[in-house]
Design a protein around this ligand. Structure first.
Ligand code: FES
Length: 147
């Protein structure tokens, strides 16, 4: 898929972003192919892929949940939101559910401190959250059992 790019190192990041978009992570085989295509050492590609937060070397879930744990959110109990998600989905920050539906991450500020505590699922923002709201929201994404 990256054959459309000239064999120039300045396209490395764009190609990595394309791979991330296509596979939802960067498969090792693709990294090897890219290393051969651009003539860049594999180790350099690995360090780029681990440096940029938007890139991942392990498969990510279909839905990416980002819980803000910045100061404004922290003092408004972002930890209890995290606990709720961890208990409901059985994953910790940095992990993905076995069914590939969800990945959980924490971030330092989502730029929406006025509506703290905040989380984002994919590109959708949810503010002024409580644990029970989180549970309802997860249900909408098929991540919590109806009781
Ligand atoms: S600290 Fe959470 S949105 Fe800013």
């Amino acid at each position: 898929m990256f054959e459309k790019y000239p064999k120039e190192q300045r396209y490395t990041l764009s190609i990595l972003q394309d791979l991330q978009k296509e596979y939802n992570y960067i498969p090792k085989e693709k990294l090897i192919e890219l290393s051969e295509h651009l003539g860049i050492p594999l180790s350099k590609l690995y360090s780029m892929a681990t440096f940029y937060k938007a890139l991942s070397l392990t498969p990510k879930g279909k839905n990416i949940i980002k819980v803000c744990d910045g100061t404004a959110c922290h003092i408004r109990s972002s930890r209890s939101l995290l606990d709720e998600i961890q208990n409901t989905l059985g994953i910790k920050p940095g992990e993905t559910t076995k069914d590939g539906k969800f990945s959980l991450e924490t971030v330092n500020c989502l730029g929406s401190c006025a509506i703290a505590p905040v989380m984002v699922i994919n590109d959708k923002y949810y503010g002024k959250l409580t644990s029970s709201m989180v549970r309802e929201i997860l249900k909408e994404y098929g991540g919590a059992d109806d009781e």
